[in-house]
Design a protein around this ligand. Structure first.
Ligand SMILES: Nc1ncnc2c1ncn2[C@@H]1O[C@H](COP(=O)(O)OP(=O)(O)OP(=O)(O)O)[C@@H](O)[C@H]1O
Length: 277
């Protein structure tokens, strides 16, 4: 009985620590990353509140993917720290990381339902077989992202938009609270991008926090609460209308970009992929 009470106390404290309204969901403090002499990130700090949607933008090689991998706990920074609800990232099941699609082996013989079920591993344990409740959660996750009819399809036979939806379904099955997506819109046509943005909007209403990298500054300005403008260092971080200034864009991208305002919208003209000077 004493053991049961101790377990209840520990799990309640864990839940309270993770969900305390006083704690931000994510705190990145002084993060630097050096790869064999290449400085990918230098002293990057920012804080994200639960339920926010954050876009990380910057030119090629700015360190966007590196930052996402560090937050996901895939890479360990050379310096600095990442805290999720005040704790280190490792072992926190509330984080779902979706890599760039070209980093996935799509020929692996798995069905869509198999991949989504992987999201349940953390909840059910590695060596337990999925039960009816797990399969029900997978079915509901696939329904939520609109691809229930693809459950038995091999993953090699998916379109780019369907691949992203499958990964979001895996995050839903995982019951993720923080969703990290690396360039989810790259290679998708506009309707597919719009479909993903609508799913992200629904997730926001359910309280899921989303951090993603993108090269599309217009999209970042239109759909995200705050934008992190990165070029190895934090150039600017805040609401898009405040931080997407000509000076900040010049600092991140060099002289390749111009900002024009059309009605309420801020439109960026130029190529956002290229390294700043
Ligand atoms: N495993 C690695 N080993 C050595 N250098 C690396 C490694 N991964 C990334 N880099 C370097 O770190 C820097 C940042 O790379 P990163 O992929 O994080 O940038 P990015 O902003 O995501 O770029 P992109 O927009 O092109 O995807 C680049 O100079 C890159 O060459």
């Amino acid at each position: 009985m004493a053991l049961v009470n101790l377990w209840r106390k520990v799990t309640r404290q864990g839940w309270e620590a993770r969900h305390s309204p006083g704690l931000p969901i994510l705190e990145v403090s002084g993060v630097s990353m050096h790869y064999d002499g290449v400085v990918a990130l230098e002293d990057v700090s920012f804080t994200v509140e639960a339920g926010e949607r954050i876009a990380i933008v910057g030119p090629n090689g700015a360190g966007k993917s590196t930052l996402l991998k560090i937050i996901a706990g895939v890479l360990t920074p050379t310096a600095g720290s990442v805290r999720i609800y005040g704790h280190g990232p490792h072992g926190h099941l509330c984080i779902a990381y979706i890599p760039q699609r070209n980093q996935v082996d799509w020929n692996f013989p798995l069905t869509v339902a198999d991949v989504v079920m992987m999201g349940r591993v953390g909840k059910m344990g590695l060596f337990r077989h999925p039960g009816p409740r797990d399969w029900e959660i997978v079915r509901r996750a696939l329904e939520e992202v609109g691809i229930a009819e693809l459950a038995e399809r091999p993953i090699r036979a998916l379109s780019g938009g369907q691949q992203q939806r499958m990964f979001i379904a895996r995050a839903l099955a995982q019951e993720a609270e923080l969703l990290l997506m690396d360039e989810p819109f790259t290679g998708l046509d506009l309707p597919a991008q719009q479909g993903i943005l609508e799913i992200l909007e629904r997730l926001r209403r359910q309280g899921v926090t989303v951090l993603l990298t993108t090269h599309d500054l217009d999209q970042a300005a239109s759909y995200f609460d705050r934008v992190l403008l990165l070029n190895r260092r934090r150039i600017a971080f805040g609401p898009p209308e405040e931080i997407l200034t000509p000076q900040a864009l010049q600092a991140a991208y060099g002289g390749h970009l111009r900002l024009i305002r059309v009605g309420e919208e801020l439109i960026v003209v130029g190529d956002t992929c290229c390294e700043g000077g």
